[in-house]
Ligand binder design. Structure first.
Ligand code: APR
Length: 308
């Protein structure tokens, strides 16, 4: 069994640990600065496995020696934006946490593949790339799978069909400048089925998808859908499925972007990012993608200050 370590045993980290263990993708280590909390959640998950029929081990704590020789490290440690906190303050706090976590993880497992989840996602993926010095194939940000799933959900709602009849892709940044595209319902362009008004509504809802959940939960953010997206990535890597999935990766000229992490479709296999897939964009989507890249670049410039 490979070892998969999850740093951050909060809502997303714990749900991810549970899904990975249920699906028997590897032995799981859950790490948090709140060591007892991580240990407690790991025990709870481990005790669900005799019922769920999974033989993997799940342990937790605050000591990174537990993560030794992991194949994959998921970074989901950080804070959520609190009332009164500026984006810049969030960026500073999480960049410092992600820098520290990256260094400690690399010390114990020099060959890991990182899956980055902490927000602001694209900038944090860049922080991991910079701090680890790893080749870009081994740093993969989770965003596009989640945003695409939300898009599929909202399109299905507008069309009155089940989600399995809907295909969709969201590229670009994990934020306001995301680029929802390639939407199809029952194999036909979604706009032909639901019309432009409902299409606009679905797009608006995707952009607002995370915020809507925060608004309802009040003191927490989404966790079940993000965890499902992370598990999908872990599965494609550990089983070498080579699925094409939208993820945030460091581009070196692809899509006309250089030196920043942004969401594009990639092939995920046992080596991490095995290929960056080209999709054709309309001129309008291309413009939106460039805008997304510019806003991520601004965040990266700020993040650079905190990771020296
Ligand atoms: N090392 C390890 N764990 C840490 C550190 C650190 N330096 N700093 C904070 N943590 C832990 C916290 O103790 C907490 O248990 O990270 C966990 C974060 O959990 P939650 O607050 O429940 O946040 P969650 O909803 O899981 O989201 C985590 O993922 O989706 C993103 O935007 C989200 O950036 C956020 C992250």
């Amino acid at each position: 069994m490979v070892k998969i370590s999850i740093i951050g045993a909060g809502a997303v980290g714990a749900q991810t640990a549970s899904l990975i263990a249920q699906r028997q993708l590897g032995d799981v280590v859950l790490i948090d600065i709140l060591g007892d909390m991580a240990k407690g959640k790991a025990l709870d998950i481990a005790q669900s496995l005799p019922i769920l029929g999974s033989p993997v081990s799940v342990i937790g704590g605050d000591n990174y020696t537990l993560t030794k020789n992991s194949a994959i490290v998921v970074i989901v440690a950080g804070i959520a934006r609190k009332p009164g906190m500026t984006r810049e303050q969030l960026l500073e706090t999480n960049a410092k946490i992600v820098r520290e976590v990256t260094k400690k993880a690399v010390e114990h497992s020099p060959n890991i593949i990182f899956i980055v989840v902490t927000n602001p996602l694209d900038a944090m993926s860049y922080v991991v790339k910079k701090v680890s010095g790893f080749p870009r194939e081994r740093i993969i940000g989770m965003a596009g799978i989640l945003d695409s799933a939300r898009f599929r959900y909202f399109l299905a709602q507008e069309a009155g069909v089940t989600v399995d009849k809907v295909e969709a892709l969201v590229l670009g940044s994990h934020g306001e400048e995301m680029v929802p595209m390639l939407a199809k319902i029952k194999g036909k362009p979604a706009i032909d089925i639901i019309g432009s008004e409902k299409m606009k509504k679905a797009v608006e809802k995707v952009r607002n998808g995370g915020a809507e959940i925060v608004h309802l939960l009040k003191t927490a953010s989404a966790s079940f859908a993000p965890a499902a997206a992370i598990a999908e990535m872990v599965e494609s890597i550990t089983k070498d499925q080579k699925k094409i999935l939208p993820c945030s990766v460091f581009l070196e000229g692809e899509y006309g972007v250089n030196g920043c992490c942004i969401g594009v479709p990639v092939v995920l296999g046992k080596k991490g990012v095995e290929n960056i897939v080209d999709v054709e964009m309309t001129a309008e989507d291309e413009k939106k993608f460039k805008l997304a890249a510019n806003s991520i670049r601004e965040m990266i410039d700020h993040a650079e200050k905190y990771i020296k």
